[in-house]
Design a protein around this ligand. Structure first.
Ligand code: GLN
Length: 189
């Protein structure tokens, strides 16, 4: 069994746990502390509020141990707020958090009426079928370093990307029935 962690400080933790439970061969593990972090082979950083999760990461002294494991190659997937926490640069002068992935992100990038929306797209690396995509006050990637590969652009904006062991999505596969992203993250990364 693969022990797959979900960072369990704030946000859509239960939804990711529920998606992982539906995959055979995976034991989902909520991660709140460093000793639990050391027992998982990969980790999902959920959506939620990046400032809240970031503050809790700092309060629980998890920034350094987590950033170190990511730099050593642990597969990590940040959804929405998780993308912001992993980015080296956040537009607007906000200080970064884990700063492991060579991307610049824009928070709440879909202002006004497009604030939250859903759509369906084919993401060739993940599946030949269309995948439902839910965006909630989502960020997107505005700049990528050389090692980063875009997996999906929507209206000219990068909303999914990978750099080595790091995957980020602006949207929330855990809020849909579709398991393709969870399967890809657990078994193909
Ligand atoms: N707007 C949130 C932030 O800036 C992210 C929203 C989400 O994770 N659904 O942290």
């Amino acid at each position: 069994m693969k022990r797959v962690g979900v960072l369990a400080l704030q946000g859509s933790v239960q939804e990711h746990m529920a998606s992982l439970k539906r995959l055979s061969g995976v034991t989902p593990v909520p991660v709140k502390k460093q000793d639990t972090l050391e027992t998982v082979e990969r980790l999902i950083i959920p959506g939620g509020e990046s400032t809240a999760i970031g503050k809790l990461l700092r309060d629980y002294n998890l920034i350094n141990p987590l950033a170190k494991r990511i730099r050593k190659g642990m597969p990590v997937w940040g959804t929405c707020a998780g993308m912001i926490l992993m980015a080296k640069r956040i537009e607007g002068g906000n200080e970064g958090y884990l700063e492991t992935m060579d991307i610049t992100v824009r928070r709440n990038a879909y202002g006004g009426q497009l604030d939250s929306f859903d759509t369906r797209k084919v993401i060739p690396l993940i599946s030949e079928e269309e995948i439902p995509l839910i965006f909630i006050r989502a960020p997107y990637v505005t700049e990528m370093g050389k090692g980063v590969v875009s997996l999906l652009e929507l209206d000219g904006h990068i909303v999914a990307a990978r750099q080595d062991n790091m995957l980020v999505t602006s949207f929330h596969p855990e809020l849909t029935d579709n398991l393709e992203f969870h399967r890809y993250f657990c078994f193909d990364m």
